[in-house]
Ligand binder design. Structure first.
Ligand code: SAM
Length: 343
């Protein structure tokens, strides 16, 4: 996307290119040197417009670059998702995602700053008139489609607790973090990583498995990536004037998914809750993680209804995960105490 395409929709009109460059430098200094002033750009139309002009354009090739690291099968799933852009700012990554996709999608932006929300709406309506966009400060109920929750340079501002709260509220199937490649943020990210694993998520990127990170509790080193991106010539010129390198970008990327149709070959029942009219409800432990399993009664034979009603603490079950809900995991029983279950 070219800078000139978004200029008409900025909330603040810069008198000249050097006026814009000065504002970009101010925002950038607040991010890197004057961290106490980091929130200034969220309350000031001039600075928020400078942020928009610079980062909206430069984050589009950034997302494309990040997606080149991801598995094609995961990308295919993302193409069918609703996007939750959390800490959306002026909608930087909503635009990047829309551009990558090449056709309309449902987007829900969660953003605290009214100035940023206003800016995001103005550009979105300008560039994609009539396309679905919801803005809010909190979650949306009852969305059936799979959800991708994207944190773009926002998890580092809101912190681990708030990130986990958003994840808990929305329970997205997929989560993507594109955050600064700094040592500071890495320790926050490790905290988020551990908690997401406990919530049943799998790491798709950058880790090669989901055990404890070898860099945890290590002060010297941190895991991050570098991306080479090619910017549009207008943006390139602006980067040079602002003395900001937007060609070699350090970043911290993490991708997670909830496993679908996952087989759990050994879960120990540790507590049997009262059954409901519709379901059996058990607390189980699998690889030292506690889950609340729900087995729906609908469609079960009389024999299996009786069998599941007799399940007690200590039994071992093998299941296929049907759906991961907010609090429970809905499963189908494949074996009980190693005896296969006839459907
Ligand atoms: C650096 S901006 C990133 C904007 C955009 N995602 C991007 O990558 O360009 C961080 C944004 O996170 C928002 N933010 C910070 N804490 C938040 C919270 N708890 N809930 C919603 N948004 C939050 C800020 O208002 C700000 O717009």
């Amino acid at each position: 996307m070219k800078l000139s395409q978004i200029y008409p929709f900025l909330n603040y009109h810069f008198t000249s290119e050097s006026d814009l460059v000065r504002a970009i430098q101010e925002v950038s200094q607040n991010f890197t040197q004057n961290r106490q002033d980091i929130k200034q750009y969220l309350n000031d139309p001039r600075l928020s417009s400078a942020y928009t002009a610079f980062y909206l354009t430069t984050n589009i090739p950034k997302l494309e670059g990040v997606f080149q690291w991801m598995d094609e099968s995961w990308l295919q799933k993302l193409k069918k998702c609703i996007l939750y852009d959390v800490g959306a700012g002026p909608g930087t990554f909503s635009f990047a995602f829309r551009q990558w996709l090449g056709h309309p999608l449902k987007i829900i932006q969660i953003e605290n700053s009214p100035i940023m929300r206003d800016q995001a709406k103005k550009i979105w309506e300008g560039l994609y008139p009539g396309e679905f966009l919801t803005q809010m400060a909190q979650r949306q109920e009852n969305i059936e489609e799979e959800k991708l929750m994207l944190f773009g340079h926002s998890a580092n501002e809101m912190g681990a607790l708030q990130v986990l709260k958003y994840v808990e509220d929305v329970r997205p199937e997929h989560i993507l973090f594109i955050e600064p490649g700094t040592k500071d943020f890495f320790s926050t990210m490790l905290d988020i990583r551990e908690k997401l694993l406990l919530k049943g998520y799998e790491i798709l990127f950058p880790c090669t498995d989901s055990t404890t990170c070898p860099l945890a509790n290590q002060n010297q080193d941190w895991c991050h990536q570098f991306l080479n991106v090619k910017q549009d010539s207008e943006v390139e010129r602006l980067s040079q004037m602002a003395k900001k390198d937007r060609r070699l970008l350090p970043l911290t990327v993490f991708a997670f998914s909830l496993p679908t149709k996952r087989m759990i070959s050994g879960a120990r029942v540790i507590r049997v809750f009262s059954e409901t009219k519709f379901s059996f409800e058990w607390e189980v432990c699998e690889k030292n993680i506690i889950y609340h399993f729900q087995v729906m009664k609908r469609g079960l034979s009389k024999q299996n209804l009786d069998l599941f009603a007799s399940v007690k603490s200590g039994d071992m079950i093998q299941v296929e995960v049907d759906k991961t809900l907010e609090k429970q995991v809905r499963v189908k029983i494949k074996a009980l105490n190693n005896i296969p279950i006839e459907p």
